[in-house]
Design a protein around this ligand. Sequence first.
Ligand code: MN
Length: 294
Amino acid sequence: MKTPLTTKSESVHHPRSVEQLIVGKETSDGAGVKLTRVLTQSLQRRLDPFLMLDAFGSDDPDDYIAGFPDHPHRGFETITYMLAGNMRHRDSAGHEGLLGNGGVQWMTAGSGVIHSEIPQQEAGVMEGFQLWLNLPARDKMCAPWYRDFGADDLPRYATEAGVAVTVIAGTSQGVAGAVTRDTTAPLYLDIHLPAGARFAQSLPATHNAFVYVYRGEVGIGGVKVPTQRMAILANDAQADGVVIEAAGDAKVLLVAGQPLNESIEQYGPFVMNTREEINQAVADYREGRLGATA
Ligand code: MN
């Protein structure tokens, strides 16, 4: 895809400040994949509607080769963004896809899927992110949905300052992302800033937002955000967006969304609103009803 050049940057007059810098927690998941959990369960309320952000990145196959064999999900959406590497997805709704370099897989678990995510490489770098986006209570039991986007299918643009932006979700500078959602209104941008560049993005003041730096270092509202840190952006009432400045080359994710303000009950791969709904999900999974096609 050709990258269109925009002539103007979004205007932000009152940029948000940084409320808190977060260091991710080293952990492993699936059959032993090493990853960094950046958005942990304790931040789910603060960063509503987002439930989790995992960053994975390794050139040691022992860290990723086992992948994520069959496991269930219910009640939310998973968005996997692969910077490097290849992973095969198969699920109980009959979806299958190969997620490759620069691609995005968007899966709405809804009422339930059982799926596997298995690396299709025995060497080399595997690097990317998985973001969990909550579903509103009324949609938690919706039919599962799935789409793969190759790197060339993702909308992109570049600013005059040379900032390259991939719009995974939401809308930025008039460029609509691969996926949009009405209720949670997620914005998910991958932003590559050359040294000395500045990037502005308007954001509704009530939307929760964060920036995760995965290469280099950026400045936001006078605060230095080093690599592998998440900056939670304050919901200043008068703020109309965020301004990101890079002294050296930097790459960041900018994620924002409209909070649901509903109760959050998580038990492992199930995220519902009540304990009873979690018990139902566990029972449905045990008894083979979760992800079963009628
Ligand atoms: Mn999964």
